[in-house]
Design a binder for this molecule. Structure first.
Ligand code: CA2
Length: 146
């Protein structure tokens, strides 16, 4: 096993597939988790997939990742645009980090155009739907394996 990748999801993403299907698609978070496991297994990585509606819990999980993970994928949802605690926590994580958004945040309201996280991660993927999570895992495998 090459190690564990933490995949952290922020507020309201537990509702995927139930509401706002026109914006976020019909795929549920459970189905995204399944796709992540399917993508990670042949690359030799285990997945720790979590969702929280609370900023502090996401911070605690990033700190946990420092001890347990070689890589981290984060969709911080609306905290992307408001948080200072999450980028501070990300700065302490030395492994590979990718920020993911299902929607193209740059095609949406102006308040979504700025991410407080982006300067603390190796890469950002947005607008590709659930495929973005799979691409993030592949990117982490490449970064962490090099
Ligand atoms: O596009 C993304 O992945 C976002 O991170 C999703 C966030 C949004 O605040 C960001 O600007 C972009 C919102 C997630 C809310 O998810 C819902 C899912 C179903 C129904 C309602 C909300």
């Amino acid at each position: 096993m090459a190690g564990t990748i933490f995949i952290l999801n922020g507020p309201n993403l537990n509702l995927l597939g139930q509401r706002e299907v026109d914006v976020y698609g019909a795929t549920t978070l459970g189905e995204i988790e399944e796709a992540c496991r399917t993508a990670a297994a042949p690359l030799g990585y285990a997945i720790e997939f979590r969702q929280s509606n609370q900023e502090g819990e996401l911070v605690t999980w990033i700190q946990e990742a420092r001890e347990q993970a070689v890589g981290l994928v984060i969709n911080a949802a609306a905290y992307t645009h408001t948080s200072y605690a999450i980028p501070d926590a990300l700065a302490t994580f030395d492994g590979a980090k990718i920020e993911v958004h299902l929607s193209n945040i740059f095609k949406r309201e102006v308040f979504r155009h700025h991410s407080t996280l982006s300067n603390q991660v190796d890469g950002v993927i947005c607008g590709l739907g659930p495929k973005g999570y799979v691409l993030a895992i592949e990117a982490i495998a490449e970064i962490a394996g090099s």
